[in-house]
Design a protein around this ligand. Sequence first.
Ligand code: OVV
Length: 399
Amino acid sequence: MNETANMPVLDIDPYATENLLDPYPMHERMREAGPVVRLAPYPTVVACARHEQVHAVFNDHATFISGAGVGLTNFNLETPFRPKSLILEADPPLHTQTRAVLSRILSPKAVMQIRATFTAVAEKLVERCVEKGTICGIHDLAQIYPLKVFPDAVGVGDDGRDNLLVYGDLVFNSMGPRNALLARSAERMGPVTEWIMSNCQREHLRPGGFGDQIYQAADAGEITHEQAPLLVRSFLSAGVDTTINGLGNALFALAHHPEQYAKLHADASLARPAFEEALRWESTAQTFYRTAVRDCEIAGVPVAENTKVLCMLAAANRDPRKWPDPDRYDIERRPSGHVAFGAGIHGCVGQAVARLEGEVVLTALARRVKRIEPAGQHTRRLNNTLRALDTLPLRLIPA
Ligand code: OVV
């Protein structure tokens, strides 16, 4: 192991195919090398893989900013691939204003109001899956569900919703390097950007939905009318591919841990903690970056101004310094403090909706299905940021 300025330098590329397929050996090497490490292929980056440092970086938003992008690209040096998100890629005071609006639209009260509908759709969909018997956990369940309930709640029309999958794939690939994955998802964009921006316009959003409520906030003067479509875009960027893969990974975890599924089947009230533990065990968003605005320190190690800081959420969520037996998927663990939704002022503003989706789908399964078994080899969908499955063959044995 090499060392420069107190920092171990690892010859690791987090975006190499083998690491995207199986990131866990890499996570361990990074955590064990030190609290902050360098990666030989990315000399402008320092990386944190331990829980303590990831948490500390996220909680010091004044030093580690988001406005220069939360991917590998430093927006101070390169132009972003799309107009910057007004919440994800923003800092206070702008972030404070936009966050207040989204946070109210996605408040506990709003989540209570969508709960009955989200539950009914989950029950119907699970029923259809049980009738099929053998399903693809991704195409027949994890993908269909968020693609129905969330755009419905935002108030987007039914046509062309598959565009949201293409867009999500690009947004999350764009946070990595300019590799083949990014090139391939950019090639698929074609008319997709146009569809996304058009569906962010007020006249295409159902009155009263989450999207329309953003325009109402503009009417009230909390944000400008120019900002409104970009904030609707945040719903469409962050609200679909994330929950699809959160659900997909939870199904994967349960199918591969029959003793955990048995506990869930015996007590459906474990649905919410089972989903939460799946987020810890296999974090949907594996990584986010920050940018140091000044010379500073992480764990006493000097970090220079304008350095990109790679926060390995998925590695922090299996840090043995934080979690006993971290590689074990245990639905009774109650993993509070996991960073799958981030932490600090940028912590996922939609997390209550994501949890609702996980809870109601797993509750419907727990009640209706006695056992979930793998029914063939799963395949992964590689993405620079997301832990994603392409296919997940499952056999559902009815209760
Ligand atoms: C958390 C997240 C992911 C992707 C996109 C956005 C947010 C956004 O605000 O556009």
